[in-house]
Every structure is written in structure tokens, then in C-alpha cells.
Design a protein around this ligand. Structure first.
Ligand SMILES: N[C@@H](CCC(=O)N[C@@H](CS)C(=O)NCC(=O)O)C(=O)O
Length: 249
């Protein structure tokens, strides 16, 4: 059986999980504890991030976009990209997926860890439905801030970066709404493409952050995320970021 390596409430991991489900590909989930995935994944896959897929035959594929390509090779239907007979449509979806992975996905990750730094009490909500044994709250209270500090350092989520992420966020959401209006994403709710999954999973994680939800609410982007990823762990009430960080946005 194929094995998918994930961490719980990871947006690109959820994107890949959804693709596997759409294609009806059976797999086993290997859930790793944050932040142990970094050294463990480097040992197993030569790259420190999840999602990563180990195929039945032993082939290893790391990274959400590479995995999406592999899944289309394994099971053609439903396809995650427009057909090669529609080169313009295919290029537009690939470009939206690239933007989703390279720009939106890390931005949402930085905002999430920066918000958790300010509201570590929300950590258990991001562990809901995890396969791993639930850590007792007092343990989370003690180790949580250390884990958050490691993650923030690893992904560059310092205050300066997150302030400019929040400032840039409305522009990025306009871009998503524009992709929807142009039909690049969101055109077929029953058959999401690779960009739908990449962008929708990031927006769904973003919607768990109260301060960001205020910017998302009422947008087609929010509707897309909630439609594709209804159940998603995490709830971090509004008020985590200083008001002037949000005013700047
Ligand atoms: N952009 C890549 C990387 C994903 C990524 O950064 N995943 C996070 C979890 S959401 C991770 O494994 N972080 C650990 C690290 O940065 O060492 C992808 O889409 O696969």
C-alpha cells in the first residue's frame, strides 16, 4: 500500500489527501509529530517537508506539486489538470498551482505560526482528529512555546515578515478571486483541479485564524475553501495580532 507522510493540519498534506480521495487511491497515512518531521523526513526522503509519498514499489515523491503529477500518472481519472489538448487552460492551472505553492502556502504558514505564538492556547484545536495520542494540556503549555519558536525560525515567520504578509494578504485574496472569476479555479465543485486543491487548502487553514477570517469573509475565495475543505482542524479566535498590524492590511 502507498504511504503518505503528513503532519496534522498541514495544508499541503490536506491538498494531497483530498486528491488521493478524489481518485480513490488507497493509502496509509503516516502522521509525524511537529517539529520531528524535519529530521525524520530528511532521513527518509532527503527533504525535510511533508507531504511526501512512498509508493508501493518503493518510489519516493516529495512535495505537494510533484505528488499531484504522480497521482495523475497513477490514476488518470478524475484528472487534476486540463488535458494537453487545452494547452492554455493547462498552463493557467499549472501557473495558479505554482503561485499557490510558492507564494500563498508559505505566507499562510507564517501567519499561522505567528498567530499561535500569540495564542498558544489554541494549539490543541489544531490537533483535533489527529491519529497521534493527544498530549495532555499541561505538556502542551510547557513544550508549545518551544515548538512554535523552532517552527517560526525554520520558516522565517518573524514579526517583520508576518506584518508584511498581513499587509499583502488582501492583494493575494484579490488574485484568488480573479482566478475564480476567470474560471482557472473553482469552476467545477465536483472535480477540483490541482490549483483548486493547492490554493483551497491554504485558504482553509487561513480561515481558522480569526484575524484573517475577517479579510476572507464574503469573498468567493472563502466559499471555495470551505466548499473543498469543510472539516479542517483549528480555531484561533480574532485578536491575536496587534490591531495596527491589521489596520495596515
Ligand atoms: N511547499 C512544499 C513544502 C511543504 C511544507 O513546507 N510543509 C510543512 C508542513 S505544512 C513542513 O513540512 N514543514 C517542515 C519544515 O519546514 O521543516 C509542498 O507543498 O510540499
Amino acid at each position: 500500500m502507498h504511504k503518505l507522510y503528513v503532519v496534522h493540519s498541514s495544508h499541503p498534506s490536506e491538498a494531497v489527501r483530498k486528491a488521493l480521495a478524489l481518485k480513490g487511491i488507497p493509502y496509509k497515512t503516516v502522521e509525524l509529530l511537529i517539529p520531528t518531521q524535519a529530521p525524520l523526513m530528511r532521513l527518509r526522503f532527503g527533504r525535510r517537508t511533508v507531504p511526501a509519498l512512498k509508493l508501493d514499489g518503493g518510489e519516493k515523491v516529495s512535495g505537494s506539486r510533484a505528488i499531484m503529477r504522480k497521482l495523475d500518472e497513477l490514476v488518470a481519472d478524475p484528472p487534476l489538470l486540463p488535458p494537453e489538448t487545452d494547452p492554455a487552460g493547462r498552463a493557467a492551472v499549472l501557473e495558479a498551482e505554482r503561485w499557490g505553492e510558492e507564494v500563498l502556502q508559505p505566507l499562510v504558514r507564517r501567519i499561522t505560526w505567528a498567530a499561535l505564538k500569540r495564542r498558544p492556547g489554541a494549539i490543541p484545536s489544531y490537533q483535533e482528529a489527529s491519529q497521534l495520542p493527544r498530549l495532555p494540556r499541561p505538556v502542551v503549555r510547557i513544550v508549545g512555546p518551544g515548538v512554535i519558536a523552532i517552527e517560526r525560525r525554520m520558516i522565517g515567520a518573524g514579526d517583520g515578515a508576518v506584518r508584511s504578509d498581513l499587509r499583502a494578504l488582501p492583494g493575494h485574496l484579490d488574485h484568488v478571486d480573479d482566478l475564480i472569476a476567470r474560471g482557472v479555479i473553482g469552476s467545477d465543485p465536483d472535480q477540483p483541479n490541482a490549483a483548486d486543491l493547492q490554493i483551497g487548502s491554504s485558504l482553509r487553514l487561513l480561515a481558522t485564524i480569526g484575524d484573517a477570517r475577517a479579510m476572507l469573509d464574503g469573498r468567493p475565495a472563502a466559499e471555495l475553501a470551505l466548499r473543498l475543505f469543510g472539516d479542517f482542524p483549528g480555531n484561533l479566535p480574532a485578536g491575536a495580532f496587534p490591531p495596527d498590524w491589521l489596520r495596515a492590511a
